[in-house]
Design a binder for this molecule. Structure first.
Ligand SMILES: Cc1cc2nc3c(=O)[nH]c(=O)nc-3n(C[C@H](O)[C@H](O)[C@H](O)COP(=O)(O)OP(=O)(O)OC[C@H]3O[C@@H](n4cnc5c(N)ncnc54)[C@H](O)[C@@H]3O)c2cc1C
Length: 637
C-alpha cells in the first residue's frame, strides 16, 4: 500500500490555488454522464451532494435517518471558525492555521490545515448567502465569540444551534437539487459494504432499513461522509445512530485507517449519572467564554457551591494557565478536570464533576444577555438535571465527543482505494491529535462545498472505466457476504443483548484507552476486547428477522464493527509511544504533567492496512514534514 499525500509543491499559501489550476476539469456536457454516490447527509455529505449536483453530476445520496436533517450534525451547538477578523483583534488566515496546527499538537499536515484556514472565509459567505441566521452585532455585522485554544474571537454562531442552522442551509441547497431531479435521495438506507471493481470504488450495498431488502447501487465514484466513531465508547455526546460501519467496511476492502486512537474527550458534558444511561449530553464549549471552571480547594468541602466563598474555590484553569484561562484547548481542560477529581476534589454525588459557573457573567452582563447567548443550553441543562444554571453552577465532566482518526485520505480527499473519497469527521485529515472547538463544522463544509467539487472532477476526468452495472459479479459477491453476516447474527440466539456487549466494550475503552492511557492497561484492553468479540459471535441475542424493520439487527451489525475496531484503536494507541494532544500516555509526560511528544520517532500519521480476519493489520507511517512552523512544546500558560 502506498501512502502518497499528493501535497502540491510551492509556497504554503499558494498550494491550493495552484493545485486547483492543475486539476483537470470535466467537460460540463460529460458531467451528466457521471454518477456519484454520497453516503451521509450531515454537513459534509449534504454540502457535497448539493454542490456536485449543482455542477451537473448525477448524485445518489444515502442516509440512515428518515430525513437528511436528522444527521448528527444537527446537534452541533457552539459555532464555526473563520478567519474573517471582523473583531480586528489580530486574526488572520495564518493565525487560524497556526492555532489549529498547534491545537492538534503538530500531528496534522501543514498543507491541509492551511487550506482549511483559507477556505474558512468562503464558508461564511456561502452560508450567509443561503440565509443561515448567524448571530449579529447591533450594527448588523456578524458576531463572533471565542473558543478554546485561541486568543481571538473567530467563532460564528447561531445561539447554541449552529449545526442545526448550517444543516438547514445545506439541506435547502440539497432539496433544490432533489426537486430538480439531480439528486436521488435514499433515506433509511444503511451502507453495509463497498463494492470494488478492478481496484476502484464502484458502488455500495445498502440495506433498506424499513423493508430489510439488500440493494445494489453502482456509480463512477463513492463519497463517504458517514461521520465519526465516538460511539465505540457506548457513552458519548454523539447521536445514537453514529457508527463506524461504512468506514470499517471500506477499511476491510482496502481503505487505510489513520490514527484510530486519536479520540477527543470534551471537557464540558453533563456527568454520567447511572449504569443504564445510554447517552451523554454536551454543554457547548462556548460556555467557557463566560463560564468559570472551579472545584472546592479542599476535598473535605461538601458545602453547596453558593456557600463556598471565593477564597476557598480553586479556579484551577485560570491559576495554571493564566494566558488562556478557561479557554485552554479541550484535551488540556479535560485532563485538568480528571486531575482535580482524582485528587478527591470532584463535586456532586459521584464526585466525578467540576463546576462551570456563569454567576459572574450573569451579574456583569445581566440575565437577558446570557439568555440570548446560551438560553437553549441552559434550558437543556435544566431539563436533564432538574437544576437551574441561572441559580446554581452547572456540573460538568469530560466525555467522548469527536474522533480525529478516520479513513486515510490524500490532499484530494481520496482514500487508498481510487474513486473512494472521504469527507468530514469520517476522514482523518485536518485535526491531528486534538481538534480545536468550532473546527469540525468548518472542515465538513470545506470538504463538501469547496474541495470535493474540484478533486472528484480531476479523478473522473482522468478515469477511463466502463459504466458500472449492478449485475457485475462484484456486486453479487458483496451482497452475498452481507447477507451471510446478517443470517449469522440472527442465528446465534445467545443470552446477552447487543447493548450489553456495547456497554461492556465502552467501559473497557473508557477505562483503558480514554482520557489517559498506559501500556499495561492498553495490553489488558486488547485482550479483553478480543475475548468480548469472540463471546459476541457466540452469545449475542438478536431478535426478529432480517425481513423488515429491526433495530436490534441494525445495532448488532454496528456493535460487531465497533468491537473489531476497538482492537485497532488499542493497537494504534500501543504503537504510539509518546503523548500528543488527546493521546495522553502517562508514561510520556513533562514535569508539569503535559503531553510529551517524541518528534524524532513519532512525527507521522499511523495508517493501518487490513489484512484479513484474524491477521494483524499492517502498519504504515506517513511522515509529517513541517517547513513553516516550528515544532514546540505546546504551552497555554
Ligand atoms: C453535541 C455536539 C456538538 C457539537 N458542536 C460542534 C460545534 O459547535 N462546532 C463544531 O465545529 N463541531 C461541533 N461538533 C462536531 C460536529 O458536529 C461533527 O463533527 C460534524 O457535524 C460531523 O459531520 P459529518 O457530516 O462528518 O457527519 P454526521 O453529521 O455525523 O453525518 C453522518 C451521516 O452519515 C450517515 N451514515 C452513517 N453511517 C451510514 C451508513 N452506514 N449508511 C448510510 N448512511 C450512513 C448518517 O445517516 C448521517 O447522515 C459537535 C458534536 C456534537 C456531538
Amino acid at each position: 500500500m502506498q501512502l502518497d499525500s499528493k501535497i502540491p509543491d510551492g509556497p504554503l499559501s499558494e498550494k491550493w490555488d495552484r493545485h486547483r489550476f492543475e486539476l483537470k476539469l470535466v467537460n460540463p456536457a460529460n458531467k451528466t454522464k457521471s454518477k456519484i454516490i454520497v453516503v451521509g447527509t450531515g454537513l459534509a455529505g449534504a454540502s457535497a451532494s448539493a454542490t456536485l449536483a449543482e455542477l451537473g453530476y448525477e448524485v445518489m445520496t444515502f442516509c440512515i435517518q428518515d430525513s437528511p436533517r436528522r444527521a448528527h450534525s444537527i446537534a452541533a451547538q457552539g459555532g464555526i471558525n473563520a478567519a474573517k477578523n471582523y473583531q480586528n483583534d489580530g486574526d488572520s488566515i495564518w493565525r487560524l492555521f497556526y492555532d489549529t496546527i498547534k491545537g492538534g499538537d503538530f500531528r496534522s499536515s501543514e498543507a491541509n490545515v492551511y487550506r482549511l484556514a483559507q477556505i474558512s472565509n468562503n464558508i461564511i459567505d456561502q452560508c450567509v448567502a443561503q440565509g443561515v441566521p448567524f448571530a449579529r452585532e447591533y450594527g448588523g455585522q456578524l458576531a463572533n465569540r471565542s473558543f478554546g485554544g485561541a486568543l481571538v474571537s473567530r467563532t460564528f454562531y447561531a445561539r447554541g444551534q449552529t449545526g442545526q442552522q448550517l444543516l438547514l442551509g445545506a439541506y435547502g441547497s440539497l432539496s433544490r437539487q432533489i426537486a430538480a431531479g439531480k439528486v436521488k435521495l435514499f433515506t433509511r438506507r444503511e451502507m453495509l459494504d463497498l463494492v470494488v471493481i478492478d481496484g476502484k470504488a464502484r458502488g455500495i450495498i445498502a440495506r433498506n432499513l424499513v423493508s430489510g431488502e439488500l440493494e445494489k447501487h453502482a456509480a463512477d465514484a463513492v463519497v463517504l461522509a458517514s461521520g465519526g466513531y465516538g460511539n465505540a465508547f457506548y457513552l458519548s455526546t454523539n447521536a445514537m445512530g453514529s457508527n463506524i460501519s461504512a468506514a470499517f467496511a471500506s477499511y476491510r476492502k482496502g481503505a487505510s485507517f489513520a490514527n484510530p486512537c486519536f479520540i477527543q474527550i470534551h471537557p464540558t458534558c453533563i456527568p454520567v449519572h447511572g449504569t443504564y444511561q445510554s447517552k451523554l449530553t454536551l454543554m457547548s464549549e462556548s460556555l467557557r467564554n463566560d463560564g468559570r471552571v472551579w472545584v472546592p480547594r479542599s476535598p473535605e468541602d461538601k458545602r453547596a457551591p453558593n456557600q463556598i466563598p471565593e477564597t476557598e474555590r480553586d479556579y484551577y484553569l485560570e491559576e495554571k494557565y493564566p494566558r488562556f484561562g478557561n479557554l485552554v484547548p479541550r484535551d488540556v481542560a479535560s485532563r485538568s478536570a480528571k486531575v482535580q477529581c482524582d485528587m478527591g476534589k470532584g463535586v456532586g454525588d459521584t464526585r466525578l464533576a467540576v463546576y462551570l459557573d456563569l454567576t459572574d457573567a450573569i451579574e456583569k452582563d445581566g440575565r437577558d444577555v446570557i439568555t440570548r447567548k446560551y438560553g437553549n443550553l441552559f434550558e437543556m441543562y435544566k431539563k436533564i438535571t432538574a437544576q437551574d444554571p441561572y441559580e446554581t453552577p452547572m456540573m460538568i465532566y469530560p466525555a467522548v465527543h469527536y474522533t480525529m482518526g478516520g479513513l486515510w485520505v490524500d490532499y484530494n480527499l481520496m482514500s487508498t482505494i481510487p474513486g473512494l473519497f472521504v469527507l468530514g469527521e469520517a476522514n482523518f485529515s485536518d485535526h491531528g491529535a486534538n481538534r480545536l472547538g468550532a473546527s469540525a463544522l468548518m472542515q465538513g463544509l470545506a470538504d463538501g462545498y469547496f474541495i470535493i467539487p474540484y478533486t472528484i472532477g480531476d479523478y473522473l476526468a482522468k478515469s477511463s472505466h466502463d459504466t458500472a452495472r449492478e449485475d457485475h459479479s462484484a456486486f453479487n459477491e458483496s451482497s452475498l457476504q452481507v447477507e451471510t453476516r446478517i443470517k449469522k447474527l440472527l442465528s446465534i440466539g445467545g443470552k446477552r443483548t447487543v447493548d450489553d456487549f456495547h456497554r461492556e466494550l465502552g467501559h473497557i475503552l473508557w477505562e483503558n484507552c480514554g482520557m489517559t492511557r498506559k501500556e499495561k492497561d492498553l495490553k489488558k484492553a486488547k485482550k479483553l476486547i478480543a475475548d468480548l468479540r469472540a463471546e459476541f459471535w457466540e452469545n449475542v441475542l438478536v431478535g426478529g428477522t432480517g425481513k423488515g424493520f429491526n433495530q436490534s439487527l441494525e445495532k448488532a451489525g454496528r456493535v460487531a464493527d465497533f468491537l473489531q475496531f476497538g482492537e485497532l484503536m488499542v493497537m494504534d494507541a500501543l504503537e504510539r509511544k509518546e503523548s500528543c494532544g488527546c493521546h495522553f500516555n502517562e508514561d510520556f509526560q513533562t514535569d508539569e504533567h503535559e503531553a510529551l511528544r517524541d518528534d524524532e520517532n513519532f512525527c507521522h500519521v499511523s495508517a493501518w492496512e487490513y489484512r484479513g480476519e484474524g491477521s494483524r493489520p499492517k502498519f504504515h507511517k506517513e511522515p509529517l514534514e513541517f517547513e513553516n512552523v516550528e515544532l514546540t512544546q505546546r504551552s497555554y500558560k
